[in-house]
Design a protein around this ligand. Sequence first.
Ligand code: 3PG
Ligand code: CO
Length: 570
Amino acid sequence: ASEFQLKKHHSIPKPEKPLLVVVLDGWGEAPDDEFNAISRAETPCMDSLKESKPDRWMLLKAHGTAVGLPSDDDMGNSEVGHNALGAGQVVSQGAALVDKALEKGELFDHDGWKYLEPAAKEHTLHLIGLLSDGGVHSRYNQLWLLIQGAAERGVKRIRVHTLTDGRDTEDGTSVKFMAQLQKDLRSLEGKGCDAQVASGGGRMITTMDRYESDWNVVKRGWEAHVLGEAPNKFKDPVEAIKALKASHCDGRRCKLQKPKEAGGKPVSDQWIPPFVIVDDDDNPVGPIQDGDAVAIFNFRADRVVELSKAFEYKDFKHFDRKRHPDVRFAGMMQYDGELKLPAHFLVPPPAISRTTGEFLAKSGVSTFACSESQKIGHVTFFWNGNRAAPFDKKLETFHEVPSDQNIPFNEKPAMQSAKITKLGIEALKSGKYDQVRLNFPNPDMVGHTGDLEATISACSTVDSCVQELINAVEEVGGTWLVTADHGNAEDMVQRDKKSGKPLMEDGKPRILTSHTLNPVPVAMGGPGLPEGVKFRTDLKEPGLANVGPTIINLLGFEAPDNMVPTLLSA
Ligand code: 3PG
Ligand code: CO
């Protein structure tokens, strides 16, 4: 037998009927509160699951060190959350690895930097990424250490292409980050380094698309960063952000720009239209040219894979690049290990291997994994340790439901949940799968818009989806496990750290668009679950990684040694 063949569980028999695994993206647990969209929502299903605590409902840590982040001040996110759930292990994540590589400047001794260095010194070093301290995709202190290190090593010309956040950080903070960057870049002038911001745009419409949901997003970024072309031109990047925010777009797509009088809201940081910085002659200060060095400073993969392809691939059909400069290109990490994308990277990515997905596939377990475009990679790529392809094509089906492209998530908070539910029920009843794994993006995607009423609606909707799915499991005699990857919807307001009271500004609460530090629920049940099986209470700090071995047990196997302990007492 292969080293991946799992052994039979000592007490749980291999179930004859399927196991349903549901991840409610961004569904955390917090006390009832007017800004808790989950407690405000009608959630009879999730409420009823809680009644089986402690035996079949418990809370899990979903942030900080429990999911491999540098510290317990770091909120959870979907990458690290799904990595932990699927790997059954706590792995040091990108954020921590980059911190370490920059701490003593090791990063500059690695192959990735050595590859960029000659081009960076002779021509220009371009740095592209998310400008914030969110710590989900990137972090400002890392960017600044990178810039300083490059300048110290003799790079004379640096151009930064900035995506504004407001999604992992509070809306409006982009002005502050841009002003900081401006000030820091200016401090290099005296040291003989000409460093400037060259282009930018809000992350949701510029560059940072994911899972090929909308290539137009990447196209806009390519035009601004590479070609130096954008609908908006400014001399000063701080002015750019201020002016574009005040230009009263309705907050989402540039093509939907509406004047304030027509009901438009000031554009939020996430949706700032793309811009380029120009000099006194109106020429862009930093288009990307042949011979330049280009690095993406995001460590997280999902939202920079597409841009990496646009730089790296000779044959490229997703949009017309118009010009494909011959550059030395590197990612902060290698974003896709199988595709070896990009070929050059500054820091080796976390090595996640021996995941639940690999063990189960190699032990003959069949799986149906499904979500909509915005999150499909979460239950496949992230779940399987940042690996896009199935381990065994015959046993694993990955089904993507296309996400809406032109409807803001808060205007249709149900998103594609009905389709995902329907496909899940069909898969459960088909008799073809041992495991059906679904992700509902709604609490997270709608939560990130900061629209409280829409998020309440999103939570009610997914609650009824879970009920429908559980009913189907009851019908077929299977087992179910429902959990989440991190908190988001359960707290929609910024709070004073000490008192926990909402922070106010001009008499209005300061909305929280990002994830939280809250724990998430996990519950299990179904007619297929043997009677005595319950959650243990002796784990000191149960976290998301403990779900991986639990799933393996529920499928009738002992978990392998490389995983953290199971949640089951059986
Ligand atoms: C995003 O990429 O949308 C946010 O930065 C994080 O959200 P996720 O971790 O839930 O995907
Ligand atoms: Co999120």
